[in-house]
Design a protein around this ligand. Structure first.
Ligand code: ZN
Length: 565
């Protein structure tokens, strides 16, 4: 049975079945551990089914946003899922207070109670009003950005539609596209500032109601940071400034030189190769055939996984009318099935769907079969992105099947973009830390802060009079800053670990792959720090952890002939 035959029916959340809502109370009066474990199992079955149905509705809605039935179903869950959150907290609290806490810890994982406590720390029934307000503000931002129509090239373009122009080999086109985009943001500056200002205030109020001075501890608890705090993150950012920012500057200097650009500006940074970036040569059907071949060649498990995905129609990757933007990989727990959604557009991004999203999917496929408990597979994003970003690197030896004579160009761009991302990602994180530590800042002061941080993280950037961006407004394009505070650093930490895998594979591919399989095999049962210890890697926030990586990457890049790029 495949994706098309998976049957959907709504899981009632208002109210949730009394047999389920009674579970926390029944755990409290359970006669012994086995009875408590059985009750917890009943809750997990409910939770798995709820998320299977929710995701099924969400997938079918994003495949066809004109489908009114699934649109209404998704809205139903979005409105009512907080009722499940409340139940989940109650179940966790009952387990934490029961006499068999040690047994549960052993059964599920050592981090289970830690994570449950963090989730509880970020929530209280007293903040329902503020949470609703936060969600309204997020929706207002999303609406503004998704609804943006920027006049360009005789058309009205969305942000994603403007992107190819921002990367055009023609300098004047790039410049015009940046000016059009900045101009749109400048026109809406008041609204963008207003929404963010209110978000900072409401998040600060949430923190104060929960008993904290500022939003930082709540933001960290929301992201389930169970083994490092702001101090460690700051140490990581310092490593990036010290070891990666100079590499970034050097890569950009070479890029501009290669592209023959004398006075580089912000709109020249997006042009990686002047003759155009590497792109796949094949139709989507052929790309999938080659993908199958690649995963068969990589190993028995990867081959089995990819066959399962195709046999069960678990890819929906072709762009079509009515389909939502973007890409994702999510699980259908009842079917132990990952699902990959994307919009192929003929760029190297199409291949990265096969590598990045399949990295997520591969881990999901394995852990659904290895771990009986939902909570064991509940992974934080700093770990989840290691699975996907490392897979991108492990597939390098197969990229010649997709990019033929452009393979070096693809690999050069991919590895250098991975390095270049780190300073930017850290700046986004640093900015948010400043914002939430100083919630009294005015919108103008926030922009000054952004410009100040740019001097640290990308000191060479010249905004060349682009409206809005030159005055410190770039961050308003960064969705995560509005939607998911402190999410961005997860990508940076994961990218650093993915680079460690790349580096290890350069020296010993089999050893590195075994390590990767080992890391994946833990799924969500260890903290980020413990996972790295388990595979013998250093923590990215440790002094000197990035300097060796930066050197290896630069010497690898030096070995690639870029003269034809
Ligand atoms: Zn990802």
């Amino acid at each position: 049975m495949g994706f098309k035959e998976y049957r959907y029916s709504r899981v009632q959340l208002c109210p949730i079945d009394k047999n389920i809502t009674d579970i926390p109370a029944r755990i409290e009066t359970a006669a012994d551990y086995n009875e408590a474990l059985k009750l917890y199992g009943e809750y997990e079955t409910f939770r798995e089914h709820l998320f299977t149905m929710y995701n099924l509705a969400y997938f079918r809605y994003t495949i066809n946003t004109h489908d009114e039935f699934y649109a209404a179903e998704v809205e139903y869950y979005d409105m009512n899922l907080p009722k499940h959150d409340e139940l989940a907290n109650a179940v966790n609290a009952a387990l934490a207070a029961c006499p068999w806490r040690k047994e549960f810890e052993k059964e599920i994982s050592p981090v289970f109670f830690k994570n449950a406590e963090l989730k509880a720390k970020a929530f209280s029934p007293d903040i329902m009003e503020e949470l609703a307000q936060e969600s309204r503000l997020q929706t207002a931002y999303q609406k503004l950005m998704a609804g943006a129509r920027i006049p360009f090239d005789g058309r009205e373009l969305t942000f994603p539609q403007l992107t190819p122009y921002k990367e055009s080999p023609e300098r004047e086109i790039r410049k015009a596209a940046f000016f059009a985009e900045g101009g749109f943001l400048e026109q809406h500056a008041q609204e963008l500032d207003g929404i963010y200002d209110e978000l900072v205030k409401v998040r600060t109020r949430i923190a104060q109601k929960l008993g904290y001075d500022n939003f930082l501890p709540v933001g960290y608890a929301r992201r389930t940071r169970n083994c490092y705090g702001p101090k460690e993150v700051a140490a990581f950012r310092r490593q990036v400034v010290k070891d990666i920012v100079p590499v970034n500057n050097e890569l950009l200097r070479r890029q501009h030189e290669r592209n023959g650009i004398k006075n580089p500006t912000a709109y020249d940074r997006t042009l990686i190769c002047r003759h155009g970036n590497a792109a796949p040569k094949d139709t989507p059907e052929v790309i999938f055939e080659k993908g199958a071949h690649m995963y068969e060649a990589m190993g028995e498990k990867t081959g089995e996984f990819f066959r399962f995905m195709r046999d069960n129609q678990l890819f929906d990757v072709l762009s079509k009318d009515g389909k939502a933007n973007g890409g994702y990989c999510e699980m259908l727990p009842d079917y132990k099935a990952p699902f990959v959604f994307a919009n192929f557009n003929g760029t190297s991004g199409d291949i990265e769907v096969l590598t990045h999203e399949c990295g997520h999917a591969f881990e999901g496929y394995l852990s659904a079969r290895n771990y009986p408990h939902f909570a064991q597979r509940d992974i934080t994003m700093d770990i989840a992105e290691i699975h996907s970003m490392s897979m991108e690197f492990f597939t390098y030896p197969y990229m010649k099947d997709f990019f033929t004579e452009d393979t070096d160009k693809f690999i050069y761009a991919h590895l250098s973009e991975a390095l270049k991302f780190l300073p930017y990602g850290c700046m986004v994180d640093h900015f948010q830390e400043e914002v939430y530590l100083h919630p009294e800042m005015t919108p103008a002061q926030r922009r000054e802060k952004w410009l100040e941080l740019e001097k640290v993280y990308r000191p060479d950037i010249d905004w060349a009079d682009i409206p809005h961006y030159g005055t410190g407004g770039w961050w308003q394009r960064q969705l995560h800053i509005y939607m998911d505070p402190f999410y961005y650093i997860d990508y940076c930490l994961a990218q650093s670990v993915a680079l460690m895998f790349w580096d290890a594979a350069q020296k010993d591919r089999k050893g590195a792959w075994d390590k990767y399989m080992k890391l994946i095999s833990y799924s969500g049962t260890l903290t980020f720090n413990d996972l790295l210890k388990a595979v013998g890697f250093r923590l990215p926030m440790e002094e000197g952890a990035l300097s060796g990586l930066a050197r290896s990457a630069m010497s690898f890049l030096d070995g690639i002939d870029t003269s034809k790029f």
